[in-house]
Ligand binder design. Sequence first.
Ligand SMILES: NC(=O)c1ccc[n+]([C@@H]2O[C@H](COP(=O)([O-])OP(=O)(O)OC[C@H]3O[C@@H](n4cnc5c(N)ncnc54)[C@H](OP(=O)(O)O)[C@@H]3O)[C@@H](O)[C@H]2O)c1
Length: 235
Amino acid sequence: MKVCIVGASGKLGKYMVRQALEKGYEVVGVCREQSVGKLDEFRGRLTLVPGATNDREVIRRAVAGCDGVLTVLVPWGVEQYATGTAQAVLDYAEPGARLVFSCGWHISRDGKDVYSWTFRAFLRIFGWVARATRFADLSDQEEACRRVFASETRWTVVRGSDLEEGDSQGLPVWSRHVGDPILESNRTRRVDFALFMVDTLENDQLIHEAPAIVGCQTASALAHGASCPAGQGSN
Ligand SMILES: NC(=O)c1ccc[n+]([C@@H]2O[C@H](COP(=O)([O-])OP(=O)(O)OC[C@H]3O[C@@H](n4cnc5c(N)ncnc54)[C@H](OP(=O)(O)O)[C@@H]3O)[C@@H](O)[C@H]2O)c1
């Protein structure tokens, strides 16, 4: 299995690189030129294609020959960075390749997610401040995901809860809609978010799904019967 990790130098990206290498996959990583050094620990074990992740030529070269592409979607700046990244992956990935994108719970595929008022208030305030300061544009990640949802490629969009660092607790559990009781704890270890992304490459049941994930040892997951099965998610 040859996989491309777009956004390989970030926190989530590095976890995914490590896990993909441990699985014996051949790994191609894409990260910005100034971040190449963040991947020094993997030197010699992965092929690096430096460049902006929304640079179509960079993505075209990186995904060539890959069976799977793991993409970190981040809406930095106000230049449609996430949308450009997603579109390039959709356009250039090999036909039939497994495409897995990451985003947050705020993305809704069918409008049936139910958010708390605190979540909505946070999003509104953060979204306004981020856009006003030109730091980030949440609508960019929404547009990126809209394009993925409309695509006929073999995609999955993994929607992460609030994240924390710490040792792995096992594969997160998931549900189709935010607001489902199993997700109430709203907490996932970042290393396990990565685990879910990498595991999804070989899970065809998640094709054309947008699972919202939560740590399998959180209170809400345990209260709803999660048992942290190794290598298998549950819903
Ligand atoms: N943080 C959360 O609490 C949270 C919650 C839910 C879901 N998520 C999702 O999880 C994924 C990764 O989140 P994360 O918090 O773990 O972040 P992360 O892995 O550290 O990823 C940040 C990414 O953004 C890139 N980046 C940083 N500044 C940039 C800039 N100015 N221009 C372009 N790229 C830039 C980084 O690349 P460099 O290495 O080059 O800087 C890196 O690839 C995203 O899909 C996010 O939507 C995050």
